[in-house]
Design a protein around this ligand. Structure first.
Ligand SMILES: *Cc1c(COP(=O)(O)O)cnc(C)c1O
Length: 232
């Protein structure tokens, strides 16, 4: 690993961040009158494994991975008691590397990718949980499907034998206020959920907007920099 080593003051900052974020999530939950559960995902890109394992020891029980190659290099050092989801853009030819290491893939945005995941999962005699990534702001630079295409892709995925469609993931466009995007996602999610009873997951909210996302029904918030510090 080339990253700077992890000091005891880093550990204290991490503990502080973890407590503060957990507390903020609780507050947003009560503000929204919610009594269900929101999971705090620790997003690990660029973070060295020892720091990630410290977060796990504090109670972070869900890791989010973006980059296949980086993940492959760090995986063997992870504390194996935590759950790992893949959240980054995923090429079809990389599915085989992660299929046995993660319990959910948040970034499904094509029939081809869904087919590949289904095929690889079937070969391992398992079912892979997936979320469809929705490009709610219609940005050209981003992965994900339009809300209209999400309905079609949901129908397709729900018929596959070795994937289980759990819901949607989104990354809204950079803006001062993400609430209009979160509101649209919540609406899309709730209407799809009434059609597919395997759906129970809405993954939205990052360091800058997770409290707002909780107000709109998110139940996985994906937090990188607010937890681990700014990425170099
Ligand atoms: C990096 C990343 C995050 C976390 O971003 P922060 O703003 O650092 O919290 C969440 N989701 C995805 C898909 C990411 O790539």
């Amino acid at each position: 690993m080339t990253e700077k080593s992890f000091s005891s003051s880093d550990a204290l900052i991490l503990e502080d961040n973890f407590k503060r974020i957990s507390h903020n999530i609780e507050n947003a939950m009560s503000k929204a009158g919610r009594t269900d559960k929101v999971r705090l995902m620790a997003v690990t890109k660029t973070v060295p494994p020892e720091k990630i394992n410290h977060a796990v020891s504090l109670g972070a029980d869900l890791l989010g991975e973006n980059r296949v190659q980086e993940f492959m290099g760090k995986y063997e050092f992870y504390d194996k008691k935590c759950e790992i989801h893949f959240i980054g853009g995923l090429q079809n030819n990389k599915v085989k590397y992660i299929i046995d290491k993660v319990s959910m893939i948040h970034s499904v945005d094509s029939i081809k990718l869904a087919d590949e995941i289904n095929k690889r999962a079937a070969a391992l005699n398992r079912t892979m949980d997936i979320l469809i990534e929705v490009n709610i702001g219609g940005e050209e630079s981003k992965g994900g499907v339009t809300p209209e295409a999400a309905a079609e892709l949901s129908a397709y995925c729900s018929e596959l034998t070795n994937v289980r469609l759990r819901g949607y993931m989104t990354i809204p466009p950079p803006s001062e206020d993400s609430s209009k995007y979160f509101a649209r996602m919540q609406e899309l999610y709730l209407s799809s959920r009434s059609e597919y009873n395997s759906m129970d997951t809405l993954s939205m909210g990052m360091s800058g907007d997770y409290e707002q996302a909780v107000l709109f029904g998110s139940n996985i918030v994906r937090i990188g920099s607010a937890l681990f510090g700014n990425r170099k």
